[in-house]
Ligand binder design. Structure first.
Ligand code: ADP
Ligand code: MG
Length: 777
């Protein structure tokens, strides 16, 4: 022990010398100059002394004030200065992998080092961490996994949980675990960092922990809502919701042009949106209008118009456009690239910023473009707080973000664009005032803004809890409901019960809520349990390749495009893939076709001809690789994946895997004279989404459909489905022999008993028993 101590002391001395040398170098001094301009830097001493006096401290400050890049660095620097560098171990968690990577790169360069020296990062499947790494940026998920191996976090001296205001599920979960750990590790420091004002909530959760606010400064931002934007652009809204092109008309008359008879596309789009939401005079903010108002239909034209206006008439400064999601960003980008001004690369540098972008693209976002070139960044809400683009002066805000939500009563999860909260809108606006006074264009009327909720609901209250329940069990944290009752805000009991019930039905829990072996494997696969189950099946029964595609396909946007004006052609193209009564197999066939075409370098053409989204195909391709490496990691597939595809051509087996994964998402098919109807246990009659391959059939030659997702609009719709036989449901649906078998038999509603000879039923029962034993063990 003394020997180790001696080496670490020696190493600490070296670290101090190295740090000093950097700080005295020219580059180092320049860097320090930048750093000391950040508001957080002015609080350095106060922060460090507060940390030394308190075990838990909450630090809040405006986005961009230097929390993420500076605070962990202050701690590291001060430890190194006092020759404890090699003894400290700082972990800073980020909600997203992209911020973990980009922040660690930034901090390393601020310290004049390469990544993997004193500063490193670790995210799922990727990392840069060396023997001498003492400051590690990682995703919250990575720290949770580490807790699985080492409950006491031996050797860790500081934990910094960043962006807690986002209230992600993992962060809320981590806080419960850390709260329990603190009394056992009195010397461990916990620092919580947050952008907005919620500090008191966290402080009271940690028994009145200290709060520090970093004072910030932002320039004023002029705010325009839709009505002002229309006004500026020469449109006016009349009392009956008509858009009057009065300004335009004046201009035309001045130029002696004949006024156009037809309305401009922006005017009619806004009109339509207002009419749909029944908003007269921008003054009827009801929840109803909120749900009917569709920014997408006015969005693109209006955004193009405003961007163009900024480029032609406004002072220099970067533009940040907040969009709903990745798909919208890409669609808009394609539109802008063919625009005469916005697509002209000698005038505009068009960039995107979302969680799946490459890191080379990331760096471009921070760079200032050459003089005369305007930087326009199309971003998701990731640019709201976690990534700061320094030179932004103009912000466009579409008002929506994709959020995962969950309806506990109907037990239906969904990832839908929803309205942001007032706090988010304010945050987005603030991004415009970092370097000089800015402008923010909200692409919705002020009355809608006034109807936004104050804060967003924390994830733990709005998403299904299945994965969380698995994690609680694998960390051996005792009773799930008891554990979750200690959360910052506890989820509804009904949601917890639903999750536990689901995990029993799929065979991940036994009847006492303990993990089965299947459940144990599922905890090691960070994805929805149903996808994990499918993959496990594919690996065990050697039909992995198509299952990788099915699981990936369920995680990306529907690859089959259906443009309004070419619906028939698109449908015809899709029908070549859809002869199996399965939307999931249709994706497999489309992907395989694309993959072949890619080999011949005609992937793009293939997508175009078959109405497929090239983006989705690439996303599937990338996810397949990720899934495969996860399966290798946990030892279900050997490292060269030799035998895992022996049965990949067997459609029945693939159907079985899909059934195994998607159960209890199942409905029965009842044929009547000309067509068929569908029923589920919970909803009664359900309908197929019109894009489903099964929606075009008049007969389904199977008694069941399994599905991934149902959506409630007016009726309940199944988005995608695969037809399966009795025997598949009986053999692979849920778990009969172990766990809560009743649930499964109830689902079948006595159907099998009624139609099947007892001898056949017995045979199934015994095969099922063997199968379950096999899969479980
Ligand atoms: P906070 O966490 O308080 O929101 P950050 O620590 O992320 O703030 O950022 C502080 C400052 O550092 C910002 O002004 C930002 O512009 C700058 N910055 C952050 N990352 C980079 C980077 N990779 N390159 C250049 N500047 C960066
Ligand atoms: Mg930050």
């Amino acid at each position: 022990k003394a020997f180790v101590e001696k080496i670490l002391r020696q190493r600490s001395l070296e670290m101090r010398d190295q740090q000093q040398a950097w700080q005295e170098s020219l580059e180092g001094r320049r860097m320090l100059e930048f750093r000391s301009s950040l508001p957080a830097y002015k609080e350095k001493e106060a922060i460090l002394s507060a940390i030394s006096r308190n075990q838990v401290i909450i630090i809040s400050g405006e986005t961009g004030c230097g929390k993420t890049t500076q605070l962990p660095q202050f701690i590291l620097e001060s430890e190194i200065e006092s020759v404890r560098g090699a003894f400290c171990n700082i972990i800073c968690t980020q909600p997203r992998r992209i911020s973990a990577i980009s922040v660690s790169e930034r901090v390393a360069s601020e310290r004049g080092e390469k990544l993997g020296e004193s500063v490193g990062y670790k995210v799922r499947l990727e990392g840069m961490k060396g023997r001498d790494t003492h400051l590690l940026f990682c995703t919250t998920g990575i720290l949770l996994r580490r807790l699985l191996a080492d409950r006491n976090l031996k050797g860790v001296t500081h934990i910094i949980v960043d962006e807690i205001h986002e209230r992600g599920m993992n962060e809320d979960f981590l806080l419960i675990v850390l709260k329990d750990l603190l009394p056992h590790r009195p010397e461990l420091k916990l620092i919580l960092m947050s952008a907005t004002l919620d500090a008191e909530l966290f402080s009271s959760y940690f028994n009145g922990a200290a709060i520090m606010k970093i004072p910030g400064f932002t320039y004023p931002v002029r705010t325009h809502f839709l009505e002002n934007i229309l006004d500026m652009s020469g449109y006016r809204l009349t009392s009956d919701n008509q858009i009057d092109d009065y300004g335009q008309e004046r201009i035309w008359k001045m130029n002696k042009q004949v006024p156009r008879k037809r309305k401009s596309p922006i005017a009619s789009a806004v009109e339509d949106a207002l009419r749909a939401a029944d908003l007269k005079d921008f003054s009827l903010p009801t929840q109803e209008s909120l749900s009917c108002w569709n920014p997408d239909c006015i969005g693109f034209n209006l955004i193009e118009y405003i961007l163009c206006n900024i480029c032609e008439h406004e002072r220099p400064g970067a533009v940040l456009v907040f969009m709903t999601g990745w798909d919208d960003i890409n669609a808009l980008k394609e539109k802008l690239l063919i625009h005469p001004i916005l697509g002209d690369s000698s005038r505009v540098l068009l960039l995107t910023c979302h969680s799946s972008m490459a890191s080379s693209e990331q760096n471009l976002i921070f760079e200032e473009p050459e003089d005369g070139i305007r930087k326009i960044v199309l971003a998701t809400n990731i640019a709201e707080t976690s990534i700061t683009i320094s030179d932004v002066v103009f912000v466009l805000d579409c008002g929506k973000a994709k959020e995962s939500s969950y309806d506990a009563l109907n037990n239906t999860p969904c990832l839908l664009p929803t309205w942001i909260s007032k706090v988010s809108a304010q945050q987005r606006r603030g991004r415009a005032g970092r370097v000089q006074p800015g402008e923010c264009y909200h692409l919705y009327p002020r009355c809608l803004h006034d109807a936004f909720t104050e804060y967003q609901l924390p994830e733990i209250l709005r998403t299904p809890l299945q994965s969380l329940c698995l994690q609680i069990k694998s960390l051996k944290l005792g009773s799930i409901s008891e554990f979750l009752s200690r959360a910052l805000q506890s989820p509804e009991m009904l949601a917890v019960q639903n999750a536990i019930e689901y995990l029993k039905i799929i065979g991940a829990f036994d009847k006492n809520e303990n993990l089965t072996i299947l459940g144990h494997y599922l905890t090691m696969l960070p994805m929805e349990p149903k996808l994990g189950k499918m993959l496990i099946f594919g690996a065990i029964f050697n039909c992995l390749d198509p299952i990788l595609t099915v699981a990936a396909g369920l995680s990306v946007r529907d690859p089959f495009l259906s443009p309004l004006d070419k619906k028939d052609l698109a449908e015809a193209a899709k029908s070549q893939f859809s002869h199996d009564h399965s939307d999931h197999l249709a994706v497999v066939r489309a992907y395989e076709g694309w993959k072949d075409a890619e080999m011949d370098l005609i992937g793009h053409e293939y997508c175009w001809n078959n109405f497929l989204s090239a983006q989705s195909m690439k996303a599937i391709d990338a996810l397949r690789i990720e899934f495969l490496s996860l399966l290798k990691d946990i030892g279900l597939v050997d490292s060269n994946a030799t035998s895992c595809n022996t049965w990949s051509y067997d459609v029945h087996l693939i159907r079985a895997a899909i059934c195994y994964g998607l159960y209890p998402g199942i409905c029965s098919v009842v044929h009547n004279e000309k067509s068929f109807s569908l029923k589920t246990m919970e909803d009664g009659q359900v309908l197929l989404h019109s894009n489903s391959v099964n929606a075009r059939e008049t007969i389904i030659p199977y008694p069941w459909l399994v599905f991934n997702e149902k959506i409630k609009v007016n009726s309940v719709f199944l988005r995608d489905s695969t037809a399966v036989s009795d025997s598949l449901v009986f053999l692979f649906g849920g778990s009969i022999s172990k766990g809560d078998g009743d649930g499964h038999l109830k689902m079948l509603g006595g159907y099998l008993e009624f139609f099947m000879k007892p001898a056949v039923a017995n045979m199934y029962q015994s095969i099922r028993q063997k199968l379950d034993d096999f899969i479980q063990n």
